[in-house]
Design a protein around this ligand. Structure first.
Ligand SMILES: C[S@@+](CC[C@H](N)C(=O)[O-])C[C@H]1O[C@@H](n2cnc3c(N)ncnc32)[C@H](O)[C@@H]1O
Ligand code: SF4
Length: 301
């Protein structure tokens, strides 16, 4: 998103409590990132984003320290080789160095911001690194702890890595993760919950109770506005319609009625793919290996 596109959202800024500066992609490849972040920082808005940390340079860190509230760094694979296997590039050392510099700047400026969190994807072949992941959190003083998202498959050869492909192994993993986190005093957030709680909380609706479209909108660089980050069809375009009209409009209001009502549920919500709300056991919410269309207007190429 360019700064000019972003400025179409300016009328919204005085009304916002919080803003999340990422979507499907890597936010630090946005050439106007710092300019946009500086604009947001003029308002008392709680800001947060998630990054793979590769482009978290000293220059970017300088602009974030003391102003960004939360920063999540996504790492799957906590040795150079397993990182390369899961993330596709040999960049773990660079990410660690970037985190060291960020922490030095925080210490120099005597600030706790941004509060760090490490996020990792639980795949059947990464589950045995959970202790390394929790130790990493302590090593880099990530006070917001470790967030674990469960893997969704986007290709046939990745299906066996989903939690539901070996649910007993995933159940064991949840127990090990909770026990070790408690032992070393690290905050742990299993985003989908453990298997038992996820099963119980998704039984009635097919997904966990969700209030997301009452608090947030998901905005794309091309102006498309989505009722939530994992819905498929836009409810408007903020480059064509004022964003506050979309927020108050009938399309969003109709979508909201279909979020938690089992009799009248939106197709998106029936198989909700959101990491915090989806069912771990429903194949349609986890297996996209055959899907041609995907969330927020994505298509297979
Ligand atoms: C889509 S990324 C976008 C933001 C940024 N590039 C990052 O790496 O944090 C957001 C999160 O989704 C997770 N993720 C990526 N692919 C996933 C998959 N197939 N299943 C579950 N989570 C996934 C990433 O690890 C990351 O924590
Ligand atoms: S798709 Fe999921 S996250 Fe989005 S509104 Fe529906 S239940 Fe909530």
């Amino acid at each position: 998103m360019s700064y000019e596109q972003f400025m179409r959202l300016e009328p919204l800024l005085p009304h916002l409590e919080s803003i999340t500066l990422f979507g499907k992609y890597e936010p630090l490849v946005c050439k106007d990132f710092t300019k946009i972040f500086n604009k947001i920082s003029e308002y008392p808005i709680e800001s947060y984003f998630s990054t793979n940390g590769i482009k978290l340079t000293r220059e970017i860190a300088e602009s974030l320290v003391g102003r960004l509230k939360y920063l999540t760094v996504s790492i799957t694979g906590f040795t150079p080789d397993t990182y390369k296997k899961s993330m596709g590039a040999r960049q773990l050392d660079r990410v660690k160095e970037n985190l060291r510099v960020l922490n030095e700047l925080k210490a120099e400026r005597r600030t706790e911001l941004p509060m760090l969190r490490i996020s990792t994807v639980a795949m059947q072949d990464t589950l045995d690194e959970i202790e390394l992941a929790l130790d990493f959190v302590n090593e880099f003083d990530a006070v917001e702890g470790l967030q674990v998202t469960s893997f969704k498959a986007h290709a046939d050869h990745l299906r066996h890595l989903m939690p539901l492909s070996d649910i007993e192994n995933y159940r064991k993993f949840c127990r090990t993760a909770m026990d070790y986190a408690e032992k070393i005093g690290v905050k742990l957030d299993l985003q989908s919950g453990d298997v038992e709680s996820n099963e119980e909380q998704t039984r009635d609706l097919g997904h966990r109770y969700c209030d997301m479209p009452w608090h947030r909108l998901s905005l794309q660089a091309n102006g498309d506005v989505f009722a939530c980050p994992v819905s498929y069809d836009p409810i408007g375009n903020f480059l064509e319609t004022p964003i506050l009209d979309i927020w108050r409009g009938s399309t969003l209001s109709t979508f909201r009625k279909g979020v938690n009502d089992p009799e009248n549920m939106n197709e998106d919500c029936k198989n909700c793919t959101h990491c915090r709300h989806r069912s771990l056991l429903n194949p349609e919410a986890n297996d996209f290996s055959e899907a041609e269309r995907y969330i927020a207007g994505m298509t297979r190429i």
